[in-house]
Design a protein around this ligand. Sequence first.
Ligand code: ADP
Length: 368
Amino acid sequence: MPVQDPLEQEKEKLQKIIAEVKEGVIIVDPEQKITLMNKSAEEITGHGLVEALGKPIWHVLTLLYNEKEVKPDTYCPVSSIKLEGIVYEKDNLTLVDKKEEIKVVNLKVQKMKDGMEMGVGCILTIEDTFAQSELERMKLDFVAMSVHVLRTPLSILKGYLSYLTKKETLQKLNETEADYLKNSVVSTDELVYLVDNLLDLTELQASGFRISPIPLDLDKAVQSVVYEFKPFADAKMLEIIYAPSLSELPLVYADATRLKIVLRNLIGNAIKFTNEGSVEIIVAQESSDFLKVTVKDTGRGIPEKNLPHLFKKFYRVKEALEMETGRGLGLYVSKEIVGSHGGKIGVESKEGVGSTFWFTIPVYKERK
Ligand code: ADP
């Protein structure tokens, strides 16, 4: 039996590994001629390995950026200077494949330290953004569909429960039964809140975070949300303070429905996590381009170590897990919404003293 050269064995092993990489990998020699291509690269470019081997890289890769061709010398420089590491990295390049179909790809090109000696010019990694987003889309569609299906029975349940909590019905129940009923109402409200946040998140993601902004009066939007929450603040004997700003503020350019979701999340949280004192909302001019909304509470505050994680998906402060209902989605959704408007969101908090959440939203600029 012929003994295989250990070097050959290593080469075979390496080729097998590269074949498994989910991104497209193309290796070219110092003259930019193709020496290796994995399966994903074949799929992305539409060119088979056998026909591509030994051909110049431009034979399989046609890349454009802002409708201008990106030349091989740009992404894989043949220079006498010894380069190593990543020599080119660009997202959202247009790739024209063999069938002249267009794909959007992210490209990363690396050079190796001893590449020249090993006959390796550049190692190209190509990521097909569509293949990725297709999977994401399927996942989102599934979540969106499930959430939609949940919304209807939940609304019905909420309707019946609200009917049952009317005074005359409650009077017919003993104390324990009345408590059970009240708890059911709170849990149903939480579910509705969660489903609404999930719905908005999936819709926002499915639309590629595109929003429908209109010029609108931020003071009025805040006023209507404060009005919605007044009964909740009253029930906890909290003061809810909001005075429209004294100076006349410019209109903002925002998606009205989504702006309200952010306001509801911040004001709702402030009430939920405060047992004594007040919740104050301030609207002010941040700069000529942005207005700022601040929601300040005198609640239990947030430990410093948790602050950097607050706006992550499904993050909840540990102590909150045992105490209140909620799913750690509101702040994440709010961050996504504010971000898609071009604004910023943040928090300052001190344990035992209170929290101040704020966000900025762009001012409407009339086009001349
Ligand atoms: P949810 O309130 O549904 O759990 P959020 O994303 O809105 O989800 O909030 C995440 C976590 O941040 C909350 O669970 C809570 O621990 C903390 N948090 C948010 N707002 C406040 C606040 N005003 N005061 C204290 N803790 C807060």
